[in-house]
Ligand binder design. Structure first.
Ligand code: ADP
Length: 188
């Protein structure tokens, strides 16, 4: 079976690292909206020009832009049968769009992995990393946006019985093992 999973985690929690690891282990595509958006900014596309300011401020890029970006990658034809989404959906509007697509194409998500890391640790990790949007002010705003826009997704996915809560502290291996155990628990 091709895994269709989503990683839901605050900035700095290790979504990228775990997303790549999981996609490799399951031999499915790894789709990271932050990376896709940064590629558009770097190559100067219209979408990149529109997204750039939001990213610099640590705000969400408008839903319609991100939804069409992801749909372009997964819709095919034929629709991708397996993928790990990293950084999408990040709002209820995006989650509903993804669910509609999944139902229409017989490709709803099997699992939503939520990585939990204490805020102080997140800020420390992000400031160490030093990406262009990793200044203290942007980092704090991204954490606030996560709480306001992305945390409501927990209830959406918990209600569908596919949410796996994982402790995101410890080594890459330890966190990866917890993710694998959570997926086994769901039978995927
Ligand atoms: P992080 O999780 O560390 O904030 P990402 O690379 O996932 O890093 O995202 C970087 C930025 O890209 C976000 O702050 C936001 O501006 C934009 N972005 C990424 N994914 C989405 C999305 N699904 N919806 C809206 N904006 C997004």
């Amino acid at each position: 079976m091709s895994l269709r999973a989503l990683l839901l985690a605050p900035p700095g929690a290790g979504k990228g690292t775990q997303g790549i690891r999981l996609a490799e282990r399951r031999a499915v595509a790894h789709l990271a909206t932050g990376d896709m958006l940064r590629r558009h900014v770097a190559s100067g596309t219209d979408l990149g020009a529109e997204a750039e300011g939001y990213m610099e401020r640590g705000e969400l890029v408008p839903d319609h832009l991100v939804v069409s970006l992801v749909m372009h990658e997964i819709s095919g034809p034929p629709p991708l049968s397996g993928f790990v989404l990293d950084g999408f959906p990040r709002s209820l509007v995006q989650a509903e769009a993804a669910y509609e697509w999944g139902r229409a194409n017989d490709r709803t998500f099997h699992a939503v992995i939520c990585l939990a890391v204490p805020d102080d640790e997140l800020v420390r990790r992000l400031l160490d990393r030093g990406r262009a949007d990793d200044t203290e002010e942007t980092v704090r705003n991204r954490l606030k946006v996560y709480e306001e826009s992305t945390e409501p997704l927990f209830d959406f996915y918990r209600g569908r019985g596919i949410l796996i809560a994982v402790d995101g502290t410890g080594s890459i291996e330890e966190v990866g093992d917890r993710i694998d155990a959570g997926l086994s628990g769901l039978g995927v």
